[in-house]
Structure formats: structure tokens, C-alpha cells
Design a protein around this ligand. Structure first.
Ligand SMILES: Nc1nc2c(c(=O)[nH]1)N[C@H]1C(S)=C(S)[C@@H](COP(=O)(O)OP(=O)(O)OC[C@H]3O[C@@H](n4cnc5c(=O)[nH]c(N)nc54)[C@H](O)[C@@H]3O)O[C@H]1N2
Ligand SMILES: Nc1nc2c(c(=O)[nH]1)N[C@H]1C(S)=C(S)[C@@H](COP(=O)(O)OP(=O)(O)OC[C@H]3O[C@@H](n4cnc5c(=O)[nH]c(N)nc54)[C@H](O)[C@@H]3O)O[C@H]1N2
Ligand code: SF4
Ligand SMILES: [Mo]
Length: 695
């Protein structure tokens, strides 16, 4: 009997980027655990991923290529061989290129795995798409508005090391719910708390995390920039601004100060729905707590003013000078710490001429309204847009186009896969090679294949190598092996990789990037054009934004006219038991998640005659979905809460994204999932008990 421990990484789109170990016995994976000696993973995974091995063996897993034999969306398929599948895809892509040029192909990559080889971070497939001249896929679905906003203030979207939070005296979890979405950070926060740190959650919802914090402030959705300016106002009232820091490390202070002075407690309270007392009290606390850390994650920027919000939030630690202290500053993403050679993977030099970009969150528009050329071939991998992208009903229409050729590479027959012409079975993390960083820590991870893929599953890299071969493409870069790709990625002189080689990484499974503990970014200035933190950004102005950081209200949330017909602002947040739509088909986790629900404040419920457990319809002009009502004061009056993650076809055929608009946020073309007004009405009780699945 042979037993080995194979090092790996959780592939999911989660800031914690856990390091894991697969115990393999006689070729079979028998146990999975978080790596015990990894300083961030600390031996634990999470409620979603603990049973990942069962997920790899799920009875509904796709094991063979399939060809559609029913109508689009109907879900009837027959098994075909890889040769036949790749032959058909090669022929269709070649014809498409001949007819319309490469831009008629849309490679639609999602967040299913973040791996540098198989997934998003390395833009898997990029080399092939560049050779074919396919449209560029613009990854707008998750974090881009915030990234763009930070870029103006800081010159980068990279923030502080989360492990530095142990040095913080005050921690603001601003639109961030780590107990659900990245719980390893909570351990760091708990250590800071034991040393006396005070933790405040700023979230319209009393989330799991808010319930565990020292304090909870509930602003109206989309008003965070106003709140940040109002808190800065209170800091100035205390005379707590750091003049030396402002003089040395920032530009545009006078202009920004003028703006801040407009955000009196009174105006801020009107704008945000937070009381003047709360604003002044928290402002004073910030003024007197050195250092203060702000952890802000992605939820907060899914509004019309999302980019502007991050831009304003990053200014606060400059006013107090906290950016220079370990444990002070702001953390949105740590992605920029890893200095691997991403360009070597992308190989954008293989593109023979510039191509257009198509936005991930505008799939319906792309399929229904784009011409010159129209999208004729859609290759979906690591994505489930019919469930996850905005404007579900129009996406369904687009996917149903008879002249559209759709390929879906996935692990399961998702709602999106039901519309595919060809479905290709993909490997899961224990079955392929990959390299990961984390967007919530400073470690990188090696994922060694632990077991053989089941059935005929192929990795993304291998699928694209074989497709290139079927298309008779001669570019050698298309045939690089996984090991070669990993070496090219890590072959970098960037200081973050000092002392890290493929061999050392492969051997141990993980490495801390080469930054000292307590590392303070921007100690010697900021990577902006001025070299300083920019309250006033000429780049922003040149891009058509206000030169000075400020506040942009949400669109639907603040529309009082619209509120007459659609009285609720709907937030569709992370589900504790799913990771986006991954695990939405997993019985054990569905049971724990329960059926789709929508939470209403008791006052709203009373006014609408809705009681807990009632079946309701959540609707606006774009679409509707069904949910069970929960009445709870975790939400503010006028705000309703549901979660992302349920599969439409396993519920009522619909979901929150049926109500979400395709509109862009202010920056980067980000999605506005939470800037969404709906009405909620009682449905007649159903005869059958359709929630029995959920136990
Ligand atoms: N269990 C689980 N974990 C996940 C995911 C999942 O689906 N499930 N998804 C992963 C992904 S893809 C991502 S991007 C991250 C997201 O991680 P988070 O950003 O932490 O998660 P969200 O639930 O999207 O949003 C966090 C909080 O922001 C609040 N929020 C919404 N609008 C506003 C606002 O205008 N102002 C303020 N102050 N708060 C607001 C929401 O009420 C919510 O509680 O999590 C990752 N982790
Ligand atoms: N209403 C609402 N909608 C949201 C959000 C929200 O807050 N509210 N959040 C948004 C956010 S933050 C994100 S990141 C997006 C996510 O949206 P998507 O990127 O579309 O993510 P998922 O829906 O989870 O679909 C991922 C798919 O990839 C598959 N997959 C996983 N690993 C692999 C692999 O190795 N190879 C292949 N071929 N496939 C794989 C999974 O089985 C799954 O079907 O959703 C967004 N949608
Ligand atoms: S989903 Fe996040 S917390 Fe869970 S195992 Fe993966 S990286 Fe870790
Ligand atoms: Mo995301």
C-alpha cells in the first residue's frame, strides 16, 4: 500500500487562496486537508471545500464530450468522441474566421478556477485566441470598478498585507463579509482583537461578520464615498490630520479638503442614512486609533459609483498618515505582490493586429446587438453566465440564437451548458497542474496533480493544445507543456520571487513571496504619475472623471421616481455554502443553504402583508424570480437581501440576475449587481412541496 501527501491549492475565486494537501492511497484521493504549516491556511479549508473530493466524484460530473441533439436550452445531448468534438469545433471556428474574421469568436472565460495555467490569472487560452485574432474578453464581472478607482488614488490596486492587521488598533470591515467570503482573515482579526483592536463592520446588512463585530454601521447601499468623506470631516474636526504626511506624500490636499468640508455630519447623515452621532463617534475613533486598517472587498463596488467609492476610501488613511504604519492603510486586493511573468503566459505579441474587447457583463448585448462582426462562436470556460451574469432573460435569448455556435467546457451540465452545441468535460483541481497566487495574502501555491482524471476529462491547457492541433496551427507557443508554462511564469527577476524556483515551490507546495513580515507598501511613495497619493488625479480628469476624489450616487438606489414602483434595493450577496454558482448542484451544500430566500425588514413585511416562509416574487421590468420570504431586521427598511449561487434550473428557472441590469458602473465597465430596484409581492402557496430537495 502506498500513501502520499500531494500538495495543492484551492482553485476557487476566493481571497484566501488556500494551500491544501491531498492524501493519495493506491492512486485514489482519500483525504483532503488545509496545509497545517501554511501561515495563512493554518490547516483549515472551509464549509464549501472540505468535501471537495466528493465533488470530484459527483455522480452528475461530465465525463465525456457531448453533442447537442435537442433544442438549445432543452438539455438533450449525446456522447461523442474527443476527435469528433474537436473536429467540429475546429471546422466551425475556421469557417467563422473565414466569414467574419477572428473577432467573431468570443472566448468567454470566467472565475471557475483562478489558476495561472488552467484559469483566469494566466488568461488560459490567451495564446490560442491571440493567434486566431479572437475578440478580447474583458473581465468586468467581479472587482474592476474598485481596481480602477484605487488606481487613480494609489497608482495601483494592490493594498496592504492582511497579516499586518495584527498591528491595527481599529479595523473597518467596509462592505466586506469575511466570515462568509474569506474566513481565514477572521483569524488575523481575532488576534488583533485580543490585543485590543476594535472592529467595525460597515454594511447595509447585519452580515455574519457584522453580528460578530464590536460595532455595525448600516449605510444605505452605494453611499460609501459620502460616508468616507463625512468620516474624514470628523477627523478634521478633531484636528487629527497628519500634516507632515499630507505635505510629503500626497498631492491635491487643499482641493480634497474643500470637498471634505462639504460633507458635514448633517449632509453625510442625509446621504447615507447613518445618524450624525454614529458618524461623529466613528470619525473620532478613527482620529484617535493609530493605526486604522480598512478591509474592503468587492461587494461595495457593484454600484454606479463603485469605482469612485474605492477612490475615496483610499484617501482616508492618507489624511491620518496611516498608510505609513504597519497595520494602517487599505486592503482591497493583494494581487499585485506576485511579480511572476504573466506576459509570458498571455503572449499578446502573437496578436497580429488590435482586436475589439467584449465585456463579460454585457453578454446579452454582445450576442443580441453586436455586429461588425456579430458574435458567431462563443467558447465558455470556467463560467456559468446564464446564472452569474446580468440580465439573465436576455442572455437566454442570446444563447438561443440558432446561428450561434457555443462550446462549454465545464465539470457539470450547467444552465449555460444546456445551450451549448458541444460540451467538453474539464478536469478538476486534484487532476491537473497549476500555480496560484492569492488576492488576499502574500503566498503562492503549487498544485500538483494528485490523481488521474475520471472518464475522458481534459485540462483546459490540454484541450486548447488539442484544438490548436485540430486547427492545424503551427505556432510553437500553442504547444507548450504545463511544466513549461509554469517555468515561464516563475522565470522572473521580480524581487517578490527572490529565492523561489519551480523546484522549491513544487517541493513544499507553497512559498511566501519575498516581502518581510510587517512590510509596508508605499513607504517610499506611490506608483502614481506624481509619485504621491493623489487626492487630485490628472489621469482621472483626462479619463473624464472628477479630478478630485468625491462621491457618485448610485443610479437606481437613488431614483425616487423608480422607488414608487420598485420600493426595494436588492442586494444579492455571497451565499455561505456556494462559491458563485459552484456547488449550487451539490446536494449536501444545497441542503444547508436552503431554497432561495429574500430577507425583508419587519416594517416592510408588515406593510406588504408578507410573513416569514411566504412564497414571493421578486421582480422589476427586466425579469423576476421566486424566493421564500424571511423577515429579519438584519436588513434596513427599503433594502432586501438574497444570495447569488443557486442554479436557475434547480430552482424556478430564474434567479436574481434576471432582475439585474447590464449597465456599467462608473469605472472599468464593472457590473452593478446591487444597484437594482425591485418590488416584492406575495405568490399563492404551491400545492407540491418543491423545497424537499433542500431537506
Ligand atoms: N461563501 C462564499 N465565498 C465567496 C463567494 C461566494 O459566492 N460564496 N464569492 C467569492 C467572490 S467571487 C468574491 S468577489 C468575494 C466577494 O467577497 P465580499 O465582497 O466579502 O462578498 P459580498 O457578499 O459580495 O459583499 C460583501 C458585503 O458587501 C455588502 N454591500 C453591498 N453593497 C454595499 C454598499 O453599497 N456598501 C457597503 N458598505 N456594503 C455593501 C453586502 O451587504 C455584503 O455583506 O467572495 C468570494 N468568496
Ligand atoms: N447577482 C449577483 N451576481 C453575481 C455576483 C453578485 O454578487 N450578485 N457576483 C459576481 C462575481 S463576484 C463573480 S466573480 C461572478 C462569477 O461568475 P462566473 O465566473 O460565471 O462563475 P460561476 O458561475 O461560479 O461559474 C464557474 C463555472 O466554472 C466551472 N469550473 C470550475 N473550475 C473549472 C475548470 O478548471 N475548468 C473549467 N472548464 N470549468 C471550471 C464551474 O463548474 C462553474 O460552472 O458572478 C457574479 N455574479
Ligand atoms: S474557498 Fe476560500 S476559504 Fe474555502 S478552501 Fe478555497 S480558498 Fe480556502
Ligand atoms: Mo468575484
Amino acid at each position: 500500500m502506498s500513501v502520499t501527501q500531494v500538495p495543492g491549492a484551492c482553485p476557487l475565486d476566493c481571497p484566501d487562496g488556500c494551500s491544501w494537501q491531498v492524501t493519495v492511497q493506491d492512486g485514489e484521493a482519500v483525504a483532503l486537508r488545509g496545509t497545517p504549516d501554511h501561515p495563512y491556511t493554518r490547516g483549515t479549508l472551509c464549509v464549501k471545500v472540505n468535501q471537495f473530493l466528493e465533488h470530484t466524484r459527483a455522480p452528475d460530473r461530465l465525463l465525456h464530450p457531448l453533442r447537442r441533439i435537442g433544442r438549445k436550452g432543452e438539455g438533450r445531448f449525446e456522447r461523442i468522441s474527443w476527435d469528433s468534438a474537436l473536429g467540429q469545433i475546429a471546422r466551425r471556428l475556421t469557417e467563422t474566421i473565414e466569414r467574419h474574421g477572428g473577432e467573431a469568436i468570443w472566448p468567454y472565460q470566467g472565475t471557475g478556477t483562478l489558476g495561472f495555467l488552467q484559469g483566469l490569472q494566466g488568461r488560459a487560452g490567451s495564446r490560442l485566441w491571440n493567434v486566431l485574432g479572437a475578440s478580447r474578453h474583458d473581465m468586468t464581472i467581479c472587482s474592476i470598478a474598485g481596481l480602477a478607482g484605487l488606481q487613480y488614488t494609489l497608482g495601483t490596486s494592490t493594498g496592504i498585507d492582511p497579516e499586518n492587521l495584527v498591528y491595527s488598533r481599529l479595523i473597518l470591515l467596509w462592505g466586506s463579509n469575511p466570515l462568509t467570503t474569506h474566513h481565514h482573515l477572521w483569524k488575523v482579526i481575532q488576534r488583533a482583537r485580543r490585543d485590543g483592536a476594535h472592529v467595525v463592520v460597515i454594511d447595509p446588512i447585519r452580515s455574519r461578520t457584522a453580528a460578530q463585530a464590536d460595532e455595525h454601521i448600516a449605510p444605505l447601499p452605494g453611499t460609501d464615498a459620502a460616508l468616507a468623506l463625512g468620516l474624514t470631516h470628523a477627523v478634521l474636526q478633531e484636528g487629527a490630520e497628519d500634516h507632515e504626511y499630507l505635505d510629503t506624500y500626497t498631492v491635491g490636499w487643499e482641493a480634497f479638503r474643500k470637498r471634505v468640508l462639504e460633507f458635514t455630519p448633517r449632509r453625510t447623515a442625509q446621504e447615507t442614512g447613518v445618524t450624525e452621532e454614529e458618524i461623529i463617534r466613528l470619525g473620532r475613533r478613527i482620529a484617535s486609533s493609530r493605526p486604522t486598517a480598512i478591509r474592503v472587498s468587492q461587494g461595495i463596488q457593484r454600484h454606479a459609483g463603485g469605482g469612485t467609492a474605492l477612490r475615496a476610501l483610499a484617501c482616508l488613511p492618507a489624511v491620518t498618515g496611516d498608510w505609513r504604519r504597519p497595520g494602517g492603510g487599505l486592503l482591497y486586493s493583494t494581487d499585485g505582490y506576485f511579480g511572476g511573468n504573466r506576459e509570458a503566459l498571455y503572449r499578446d505579441d502573437l496578436l497580429s493586429r488590435p482586436v475589439r474587447s467584449l465585456s463579460m457583463t454585457r453578454l446579452a448585448e454582445g450576442l443580441l446587438e453586436t455586429d461588425d462582426p456579430p458574435v458567431e462562436a462563443l467558447i465558455v470556460y470556467g463560467a456559468n453566465p446564464l446564472a452569474s451574469s446580468p440580465d439573465q432573460n436576455r442572455i437566454r435569448q442570446g444563447l438561443a440564437r440558432e446561428d450561434l455556435f457555443t462550446v462549454v467546457m465545464d465539470h457539470f451540465q450547467t444552465d449555460t451548458a444546456d445551450y451549448a452545441d458541444i460540451v467538453l468535460p474539464a478536469t478538476m483541481q486534484p487532476e491537473h497542474l497549476d500555480v496560484h497566487d492569492g488576492y488576499g495574502h502574500l503566498y503562492i501555491t503549487w498544485n500538483e496533480p494528485a490523481i488521474a482524471p475520471p472518464g475522458e476529462c481534459l485540462s483546459t491547457t490540454e484541450t486548447f493544445r488539442r484544438l490548436a492541433w485540430a486547427m492545424e496551427l503551427t505556432e510553437p507557443a500553442l504547444y507548450a507543456s504545463d511544466e513549461e508554462l509554469a517555468s515561464e511564469l516563475l522565470d522572473s527577476r521580480h524581487p517578490s520571487l527572490a529565492g523561489i524556483t519551480v523546484d522549491t515551490l513544487r517541493d513544499r507546495g507553497w512559498a511566501r513571496l519575498s516581502y518581510p513580515k510587517g512590510h509596508v507598501p508605499f513607504a517610499n511613495g506611490f506608483p502614481t504619475p506624481s509619485g504621491k497619493l493623489e487626492f487630485l488625479s490628472e489621469t482621472a480628469q483626462a479619463d473624464g472623471f472628477d479630478a478630485v476624489a468625491g462621491y457618485v450616487p448610485a443610479t437606481e438606489t437613488h431614483d425616487t421616481q423608480l422607488a414608487q414602483s420598485f420600493p426595494f434595493v436588492l442586494l444579492s450577496v455571497a451565499n455561505h455554502f456556494f462559491l458563485n454558482t459552484i456547488f449550487g448542484n451539490k446536494q449536501a451544500l444545497r441542503r444547508r443553504a436552503g431554497p432561495p430566500y429574500v430577507v425583508l425588514h419587519p416594517k416592510d413585511a408588515a406593510a406588504s402583508g408578507i410573513a416569514s416562509g411566504d412564497r414571493v416574487q421578486v421582480a422589476n421590468r427586466r425579469g423576476a424570480f421566486e424566493a421564500l420570504a424571511r423577515i429579519d431586521d438584519v436588513v434596513r427598511p427599503g433594502v432586501a437581501m438574497t444570495t447569488k449561487g443557486h442554479w436557475p434550473k434547480l430552482t424556478d428557472g430564474s434567479g436574481p440576475n434576471a432582475t439585474v441590469d447590464e449597465r456599467d458602473a462608473d469605472m472599468g465597465g464593472g457590473a452593478v449587481f446591487h444597484d437594482n430596484r425591485v418590488r416584492i409581492t406575495l405568490l399563492p402557496p404551491r400545492g407540491d412541496d418543491s423545497s424537499e430537495d433542500y431537506g
